[in-house]
Design a protein around this ligand. Structure first.
Ligand code: HEC
Length: 148
């Protein structure tokens, strides 16, 4: 029904534009047509689940040292509140994890091993993250570090 009204208003406006008579009154704003979500490319799909995927990695490969190291407990029930938007102990004022911002996240620099914030995590000699696990952590931070 709304498209019908919209087209009607457009036809009225179009016919006004052809008139050579007096200046028309301000035109009413045409009603907004409903958004067609089937062709909307702005929809973001979130496919990384924090608790079952990311916290599970922290549990398996980080929790043996955290706590106590870095003043940080990475047990699944505590990891989120100890990471997201939390100021780092050893690298303050930087944050451990900044949602949507890998470069501002100390944890990302540590696990990707670029050396900007000291030793890589897990440290050399301990069970390393697989490329898939690294990708999961990257996607999680990129997608807004949700607690999902
Ligand atoms: C063998 C022990 C060990 C393991 C395993 C380990 N870490 Fe660490 N981690 C440390 C030590 C020691 C420090 C403190 C020195 C430093 O900052 O490098 C630290 C510091 C950190 C920090 C900085 C904390 C802060 O606020 O200062 C982060 C983030 C971190 N680790 C993340 C991780 C993650 C994520 C994992 C698992 C993928 C992990 N670590 C596994 C020993 C470990």
């Amino acid at each position: 029904m709304k498209w019908f009204i919209t087209i009607g208003v457009i036809l009225v406006i179009a016919s006004c534009a052809k008139d050579e008579g007096p200046v028309p009154m301000p035109r009413p704003v045409p009603p907004v047509a409903p958004i067609d979500t089937t062709t909307d490319t702005t929809i973001v799909t979130i496919d990384t689940a924090y608790f079952t995927e990311v916290a599970a990695i922290f549990h398996a490969k980080c929790w043996l040292c955290h706590p106590p190291y870095g003043g940080m407990d990475l047990i699944p029930s505590e990891a989120y509140v100890n990471l997201v938007n939390v100021t780092s102990t050893n690298y303050a004022p930087e944050k451990r994890v900044v949602p949507g911002n890998l470069d501002a996240s100390v944890l990302w620099h540590k696990v990707s091993g670029d050396g900007i914030y000291g030793t890589m995590m897990p440290p050399p000699g301990y069970t390393q993250l697989t490329l898939e696990e690294l990708q999961t952590i990257q996607d999680w931070i990129d997608q807004g570090a949700l607690n999902n």
